[in-house]
Design a protein around this ligand. Structure first.
Ligand SMILES: C[S@@+](CC[C@H](N)C(=O)[O-])C[C@H]1O[C@@H](n2cnc3c(N)ncnc32)[C@H](O)[C@@H]1O
Length: 405
């Protein structure tokens, strides 16, 4: 047994003591005791708790691997998430002030990725235990929309129907205006009989759509998502913002950062989360790597009332970013890249000198790199906000504006 004092929280949410020793479930300042194996104290006894410690609100917190920070006060989590962004920016010599963090309420996540395994009695369904392939049942998850918790019997039925004895099924369930939108991976091939049974399950559980691997997509109703005045039916599993509240917070800041623009380019546009609401006041060119997503966006725009003109382009913005000559016609840009950031596209934006840019990011490290390039090109950073859609997890998202001086 060894005693250590936690000095800081690592990026995966573990407490870190000198050594380094990683101690999950602990907070800075805490004195803890336990066995250390391979630099990890897996089952610490807390001898001196932090003032920031609370009892985890979720009864599954100890076993489930979904949340890493349920044992910390919300103000601690908010400050920690901001400090991760602050440090990433400081590594590039950037200082920034933060707007108030926007944390999504409990039980608002619109999508859950469940794991499911067949058992002798039926199936086991839930999330993975921390650092393990054991599945933990989570009927009272505090993170996901209750409609997703209510889908657990459906996920179980899907596993009984189509999981092989050995392989694990991954079942992505998303709420939609038409009912549950489900994508199943890792199952047996869907023959005609199984498709018939899937159809019966979809009816019984009021699903809008079930996509079974790459074999079969069964659509009872279009799984519409509201994007401004438009409704969009995304391709199965396509990116969506994690919570309606997080999406609204991001969108409000994006609209503020590009206010007054008349022609906007939306880079990494997805299915139109930002492009379609922006089209209420400005023309938009939406660029996205996935053709199925640009088609969904275009279809949503064509069926909506009262929007300005929206054009779409399927294009790989890592290999083939929009060039300054192509960017010259826009007076604002929105950019929301994946975790890798947008180094190539930002280099072109720096040349293009568009007056205003709204930047949404899910990775503080690549954001800081891309922000530094924009600042070197003469932009100033304005209105940085952490938007916490992944409550109690270590995931961090942010939105910021860049203006030319
Ligand atoms: C963080 S999501 C943002 C989507 C959209 N802005 C939204 O809020 O719903 C990033 C998007 O970038 C797209 N993407 C990933 N790699 C890309 C690439 N190399 N070129 C263009 N788009 C890419 C993904 O398909 C995804 O839709």
């Amino acid at each position: 047994m060894k005693q250590v004092t936690i000095e800081r929280l690592g990026h995966q949410g573990d407490g870190i003591a000198a050594g380094p020793v990683f101690v999950p479930g602990t907070l800075p300042g805490e004195l803890v005791e336990g066995e250390i194996t391979g630099g990890i104290m897996d089952a610490p006894r807390i001898l001196r708790p932090s003032e920031m410690r609370v009892s985890a609100p979720c009864r599954h917190a100890k076993s489930c691997g979904g949340c890493q920070l349920q044992h910390a006060r919300p103000d601690f989590v908010a400050e920690w998430k901001q400090s991760v962004v602050r440090q990433a920016l400081a590594a590039h010599g950037i200082e920034a002030t933060f707007r108030e963090i926007a944390t999504s309420p409990e039980q608002t996540r619109r999508r859950a990725g469940f794991s499911a395994k067949r058992t002798k009695k039926g199936a086991q369904v839930g999330f993975h235990r921390k650092r393990s392939d054991v599945i933990v049942e989570v009927p009272e998850c505090r993170v996901v929309d209750p409609k997703l918790s209510a889908a657990l019997p459906l996920v179980e039925a899907l596993a009984v129907l189509g999981a092989s004895r050995k392989a694990e099924l991954s079942v992505l369930v998303t709420t939609s205006l038409g009912g549950l939108d489900v994508v199943v991976k890792g199952g047996k091939d869907a023959d005609a009989e199984m498709q018939q049974q899937l159809s019966e399950l979809a009816r019984r559980h009021n699903c809008a759509r079930i996509a079974w691997g790459d074999d079969a997509v069964l659509t009872r109703r279009p799984p519409m998502q509201k994007m401004g005045r438009a409704e969009v039916s995304p391709p199965p599993g396509a990116f969506l913002q994690a919570t309606p509240q997080g999406e609204a917070a991001l969108l409000a800041d994006v609209l503020e950062h590009i206010e007054g623009a008349s022609h906007v380019v939306d880079l990494f546009a997805g299915c139109g989360t930002f492009a379609l609401p922006i089209a209420e006041t400005a023309r938009v060119h939406a660029v996205e790597g996935d053709k199925a997503m640009t088609s969904a966006l275009d279809h949503g725009w064509r069926h909506a009332q009262g929007l300005r003109h929206v054009t779409t382009e399927a294009r790989d913005l890592f290999r083939n970013p929009l060039l300054p000559a192509e960017l010259a016609r826009f007076d604002a840009a929105v950019i929301d890249p994946p975790r890798a950031g947008a180094e190539a596209q930002v280099a072109q934006l720096c040349e293009a000198k568009i007056p205003r840019i709204a930047f949404v990011s899910c990775n503080p490290v690549t954001f800081a790199r891309d922000a530094a390039a924009l600042l070197r090109a003469g932009y100033v950073l304005d209105g940085l906000r952490v938007v916490d859609q992944f409550r109690w997890s270590t995931h961090i998202e942010l939105v910021a504006g860049f203006k030319r001086q």
